[in-house]
Design a protein around this ligand. Structure first.
Ligand SMILES: [Zn+2]
Length: 254
């Protein structure tokens, strides 16, 4: 059976989405949601979360890979429909670290270690291709053609870095010192004396590279070391970020 394996595929259907690994065959498409998070893991259904206890006992929470996978499968099915292609889409979660301890709620979704994937893929074949060789090759070409650059996965979850390990504060646009001091409208650099009214906006953009949204007002104040929630709210709106959620727990997404 011809098989193509594509990594980090970014496509757009109703929204932009990214597939960690796509295993494409004329019978099915298998989407692998890959997690590189070390430690003892548990995936909960309600709320959908991935909780991790690191070796040093530290506790962190991440978005549920099952919920992410369900969403990605749906978006890829929509994408196939837009191309007039009928192909079953199957999803699985892959834990990059073997020998990892995991507890998970009862679900039909397979959670696999990398070494099991070939065996799992073989078990999915039924010998009934839905695409001809030509259609299959055309689909692969189309995927490559429609691939578009996508903002990378947040660094903190990709590399399992605890949010508390990042320096907080606004960086100086001239000398990059983290820890500009706000005085009135201005951010002042204690080292090179640069003044800026917009330095905090770069910190907010960087927050989205580091963490998964939505960004709340409180988290923004923590990260930029700002006290005024009105100032923070105005900034988030001025930056054309989209508010999501009820007033009390409102967050902003890009
Ligand atoms: Zn400076």
């Amino acid at each position: 059976m011809p098989t193509h394996i594509l990594n980090d595929v970014s496509l757009s259907s109703s929204t932009l989405f990214q597939i960690d690994t796509l295993i494409l065959t004329p019978e099915f498409a298998l989407i692998c949601e890959v997690k590189n998070i070390a430690g003892e893991l548990s995936i909960t259904e309600n709320p959908p979360q991935l909780l991790r206890i690191a070796e040093n006992g530290q506790f962190s929470g991440f978005p549920s890979p099952i919920a992410q996978l369900t969403n990605t499968c749906q978006l890829f099915e929509d994408w196939l429909t837009l191309q007039n292609i009928t192909l079953p889409v199957i999803g699985c979660v892959v834990l990059a670290y073997p020998k990892q301890r995991l507890s998970i709620f009862k679900t039909d979704v397979h959670v696999l270690f990398p070494s099991i994937i070939p065996q799992y893929v073989r078990s999915l074949y039924k010998g009934q291709p839905l695409l001809s060789c030509e259609e299959f090759e055309n689909l692969s070409k189309l995927l490559v053609k429609q691939h578009r650059p996508f903002s990378p996965k947040p660094i903190a979850s990709t590399y399992s870095i605890d949010p508390d390990n990042f320096l907080t504060g606004v960086a100086c646009p001239s000398c990059n010192l983290v820890g500009m001091i706000k005085s009135g409208r201005f951010w002042n650099c204690p080292r090179c004396k640069t003044r800026s009214t917009t330095a905090h906006q770069r910190s907010i953009q960087e927050w989205f590279l580091l963490f998964e949204g939505p960004l709340t007002n409180a988290e923004c104040r923590r990260f930029c070391r700002v006290q005024c929630s009105q100032f923070t709210r105005r900034t988030l709106l001025n930056m054309k970020l989209t508010p999501v959620g009820a007033t009390k727990n409102r967050g902003y997404v890009k």
